[in-house]
Design a protein around this ligand. Structure first.
Ligand SMILES: Cc1cc2nc3c(=O)[nH]c(=O)nc-3n(C[C@H](O)[C@H](O)[C@H](O)COP(=O)(O)OP(=O)(O)OC[C@H]3O[C@@H](n4cnc5c(N)ncnc54)[C@H](O)[C@@H]3O)c2cc1C
Length: 409
């Protein structure tokens, strides 16, 4: 048994399974934003699973470790709702996005995406990653088959199952291995996929700001020749707090800039909210993308950043991962309920086929947009301006982009 303070401040005692050998249906390796959501979906439908993650629950919800905010699409919000975990924390801590304005520094063109053009629902929501993790942990932390502070010591694939030895000494026999350990997934190597990668030679700075004027639930993306700057509305009594994701080339030395320097640069680039003040620690993330030729193999599938990774320019990475988790959960639940093998080749291939139709175009489009908008070529500048003008004047095209952003396509 181990004990920790729950996200709600209650002292929790977690009963761990006393069996040394556990026979289960699914082994999820990695209980982050995507693996955790898959666990919550399976638990809700009473499908036996084991989830392991080397991180402690306390470290997972430590806002100081990951201050990122996530733009969750309307489609992803519906997945959280049907899993029964939206109301736990996100309902109170996620701020609606009603309008997205995209513009280029120095250009007269901008595109406004207003939720009213499609429906009365917001286009999506923004919340600090901590609240997504708290919602997932609230569901999983009492499950005796979710092992935190635990890693994989060995894994073997056999014809009819997989066998895993865990660092806590337990041996797990499962029908399906789900790799959900993020970009550097060690178990992905078992599948030996071909990987196409691109390093954008950019770093993202993430900070939280308070500002003089309210954000009115607007999200902004400003393209500069050095990289994009996004300012995203956060929950605050007066609507005066936002999260920033600011990408610059890796040779830019963020460390050299004091908060005063950064505030002055933000006020110049983004003069719309009055005086701004940095109210958080600063976090940095190197930016790259990759695409795989396969995301399934014998008794194994990849989900989330283990399966694909992209630039945060369009705020789509984890939304794509949540769709992986949702599609996979539905297939596992359907097979389990009628007594079919949840690790069969049929299931793994069907998952791969369905997800590749979503993953491939999105990874490619995000890569194209990143290159198109992080470049100071005069020709590309003209193409971008023409693009803004076309999107503004062709309502079906505008609605197409809005549906993509809202995860409704
Ligand atoms: C600056 C920035 C901003 C972003 N903003 C957005 C956004 O607004 N919207 C959006 O959709 N996406 C966004 N993303 C992308 C998003 O953060 C990722 O897609 C998301 O974190 C992927 O979740 P994951 O669960 O697949 O992987 P991770 O979040 O990396 O989680 C992996 C989990 O696996 C565990 N793990 C690691 N190694 C092992 C191991 N060996 N064994 C077992 N477990 C292991 C880890 O402890 C962790 O819990 C952003 C990314 C960046 C860099």
């Amino acid at each position: 048994m181990w004990e920790f303070e729950s996200p709600r401040g209650h002292h929790r005692k977690v009963v761990m399974s006393s069996d040394k050998i556990i026979k289960t249906e699914v082994l999820i390796v990695g209980g982050g934003l995507v693996g955790g959501l898959l666990g919550a979906r399976l638990q809700q439908q009473k499908v036996p699973f084991v989830l392991i993650d080397p991180t402690s629950p306390q470290a997972m919800i430590d806002a100081v470790k990951d201050g990122r905010t996530t733009a969750i699409s309307l489609g992803s919000k519906r997945i959280f709702e049907k899993t029964g975990i939206w109301d736990v924390y996100l309902k109170d801590h996620a701020e609606p996005i009603n309008n997205i304005r995209v513009l280029e520094k120095g250009s007269v063109w901008s595109v406004d995406f207003d939720h009213k053009e499609l429906s009365s629902d917001p286009m999506g929501y923004i919340a600090e990653n901590m609240y997504f993790r708290m919602s997932i942990l609230d569901r999983l932390q009492d499950d005796p088959h979710c092992f935190y502070n635990t890693s994989l010591s060995d894994i073997q694939k056999h014809d009819g199952n997989i066998t895993a030895t865990l660092s806590n000494g337990k041996i797990v026999h499962a029908k399906l291995l789900v790799s959900a350990e993020g970009r550097k997934s060690p178990t992905r190597a078992l599948m030996a996929p071909q990987m196409k990668t691109r390093d954008y030679a950019q770093n993202a700075l993430v900070v939280h700001l308070e500002h003089e004027e309210p954000h009115h639930n607007h999200a902004w993306e400003i393209f500069t020749s050095k990289g994009p700057f996004a300012i995203l509305p956060l929950k605050h009594d007066e609507g005066k707090k936002s999260g920033i994701v600011w990408c610059k080339p890796t040779n830019h030395n963020w460390e050299k800039q004091t908060n005063d320097d950064l505030q002055a640069e933000i006020a110049e680039l983004f003069p719309y909210y009055g005086k701004v003040k940095i109210v958080s620690k600063r976090w940095h993330f190197p930016l790259s993308t990759f695409e795989l030729n396969k995301i399934s193999d014998h008794r194994q599938v990849l989900i989330g950043d283990a399966a694909h990774a992209m630039h945060p320019i369009a705020g789509q990475g984890v939304n794509l991962g949540w769709r992986d988790a949702d599609v996979l959960a539905t297939k596992i639940i359907d097979n389990y309920k009628v007594g079919l093998d949840v690790g069969s080749e049929t299931l793994c291939k069907a998952y791969e086929r369905e997800r590749m139709r979503d993953i491939k175009p999105l990874v490619k489009a995000t890569d194209l947009i990143t290159q198109l908008f992080s470049n100071d070529s005069k020709t590309l500048y003209a193409i971008r301006n023409a693009g803004f003008a076309v999107v503004n004047r062709v309502p079906p095209l505008k609605r197409f982009f809005m549906k993509q952003a809202m995860g409704l396509s």
